[in-house]
Ligand binder design. Structure first.
Ligand SMILES: NC(=O)C1=CN([C@@H]2O[C@H](COP(=O)(O)OP(=O)(O)OC[C@H]3O[C@@H](n4cnc5c(N)ncnc54)[C@H](OP(=O)(O)O)[C@@H]3O)[C@@H](O)[C@H]2O)C=CC1
Ligand SMILES: O=C(O)[C@H](O)COP(=O)(O)O
Length: 480
């Protein structure tokens, strides 16, 4: 069902589907075969400015609708996405070279996310306080602390989950009565437009969303600093996140950024289980997941055995094209592949052993396992976003904890041990958002809080947490 016809897509601007007034567009090609899939409008600052104002103006009427009415539209959105999952999945597959089955399941996962968001929003309430709860306070004062929308939310998504990580920002924002400026990743923008088409088809008033297509390097700073933007929720690289944090002023930010998740394997671990989880965690979607396992810290005594078990599995990973449902597919672009290759080359020059892989065809990198990686090598610290896993051998759990925490990142970590007390003790010392005991690092289930510390982020996502992030308190005091 691969679409060979080029699409000339319109974006949602001024409440209508349109191209850019300038006639400019950005061409989108498939990472795995270079074929042009289509063009998305490259919007100018003037166009964006007018559309953002219109979207901001539409917000108060939306907030006045009942939560039931908003929920009905979002539930319909989920239903349409489920109906269109093959078509939208195809688009994800072509745009970001994600294997077909994962691309389709990303759409179903998104529909579930939206449904849960609607249900969870019904359960969130404000609070009532009596004035005499504070010493010297007056019982005749009753404070009603309601949750009110922040206004207009700028949602910026990454390429690797162009539908799921966009909807997981847009759905909570709309459900809570906000309007949305959606900046999709350019590589992923076609899928992002299809996501919003489904939303408008579900009955959302079209001026409530502006889809800000165009390169982030051209329009990003303008969007981030726009005075009508009341909050930014962003997923992407740490450098971009820091840049956004520096530019924006006096507005709340939620940032989900990069990671360098370690898998700590203790001498008493079940090595078969650890190897299976580590391989799935490190190489799925070619390692292009913020939550991918990006280094293994294993105790010396068990390192040889673990490396052998991991190698056996890595050599069985399917490598190829997303249409064939291969696990490892070409990376998002040549630049990314060059960077991953440079990390491999640096490690080799400094004495690491290539156990398997280190083979490249254009931007297709074969799954690579590096052993005897040491802290002087870049790959011990930098985030590759590709299918390469470094093994760092450690003498004890204290060294593993120290190396884990010396990272600039702090998204997730895994601890493999059959001694739960010991594993929990280590988990408590790790400076990360989430620790997985005896399992790979991953975001789901999606209603769990999801956060990174240090260079991995700011604020919390998850369903309840995302809903809470897009509202603020509004207090009315009844003076009886
Ligand atoms: N912690 C998490 O939950 C996740 C983190 N990530 C991280 O994201 C990175 C890979 O994703 P990638 O898409 O390449 O990340 P980028 O940071 O390159 O881009 C993310 C988004 O930001 C936009 N952007 C670029 N410049 C600006 C700017 N100046 N102002 C505002 N927006 C801008 C991009 O637009 P454009 O595409 O047009 O450049 C894109 O929509 C990895 O580091 C990964 O770890 C990814 C997924 C999840
Ligand atoms: O972008 C990412 O990498 C995701 O947030 C991770 O999600 P996953 O763990 O479900 O792949």
């Amino acid at each position: 069902m691969t679409t060979k016809t080029e699409l000339s897509l319109k974006t949602l601007i001024h409440g209508e589907w349109n191209v850019s007034e300038s006639g400019k567009s950005v061409e989108i090609s498939s990472p795995h075969n270079g074929e042009t899939i289509g063009q998305v409008p490259s919007l100018s600052q003037e166009e964006l400015d007018a559309s953002i104002k219109k979207t901001a103006d539409a917000q108060s009427a939306w907030a006045e609708k009942s939560i039931q009415e908003r929920g009905e539209i979002l539930k319909k959105w989920a239903e349409i996405l489920e109906e269109r999952k093959e078509e939208i999945g195809e688009s994800i597959m072509l745009e970001v070279a994600k294997k077909r089955s994962s691309a389709v399941s990303e759409v179903s996962r998104t529909a579930e996310y939206i449904r849960y968001t609607v249900e969870e929003a019904f359960r969130l309430d404000g609070s009532v306080k009596r004035g005499d709860g504070f010493k010297g306070g007056n019982p005749n004062k009753i404070g009603l602390a309601e949750k009110t929308p922040r206004g207009t939310i700028l949602a910026i998504g990454p390429f690797n989950y162009p539908v799921n990580l966009s909807a997981s920002k847009i759905a909570p924002a709309l459900m809570q009565g906000n309007s949305v400026i959606f900046k999709p990743a350019t590589q992923g923008a076609i899928s992002g437009i299809k996501l919003i088409e489904a939303l408008i088809d579900a009955g959302l008033p079209s001026d409530l969303v502006t889809v800000a297509t165009g390169r982030g390097s051209v329009i990003g700073d303008f969007l981030v600093q726009h005075p009508e933007v009341d909050m930014i929720t962003f997923t992407g690289g740490t450098a971009t996140g820091r840049h956004i944090a520096d530019l924006s002023s006096m507005i709340p930010l939620v940032l989900e950024l990069g990671g360098k998740d370690p898998a700590i394997v203790l001498e008493d671990a079940d090595l078969d289980k650890a190897a299976k989880e580590i391989v799935a965690g490190a190489y799925s979607y070619s390692g292009q997941r913020c939550t991918a396992i990006k280094r293994v810290l294993v105790q010396n005594e068990k390192a040889d055995e673990l490396v052998q078990k991991i190698t056996d599995q890595v050599e069985g990973i399917s490598v190829g094209m997303p249409e064939d449902d291969a696990t490892v597919t070409p990376l998002i672009n040549d630049k990314s592949a060059d960077y991953v290759q440079s990390l491999i080359d640096d490690a080799k020059e400094k004495g690491a052993t290539v156990v398997t892989g280190d083979k490249r065809e254009g931007n297709l990198l074969y799954p690579t396992l590096l052993d005897h990686v040491t802290p002087d090598m870049k790959i011990a610290w930098e985030e590759p976003f590709g299918p390469v896993l470094p093994i760092i051998r450690v003498s004890d759990s204290e060294e593993a904890i120290r190396l884990a925490n010396e990272s600039d990142y702090g998204l997730q970590a895994s601890v493999f041990s059959t001694d739960m007390d010991k594993a929990i003790g280590i988990a408590q010392k790790l400076e990360v958002g989430t620790v997985q005991l005896n399992a790979k690092t991953e975001r789901g289930p999606d209603h769990f809080p999801f956060l990174g510390v240090k260079g991995s982020g700011l604020g919390v996502q998850g369903i309840r947490e995302s809903l809470e992030s897009v509202v603020r308190d509004k207090v009315t005091v009844i003076n009886m």
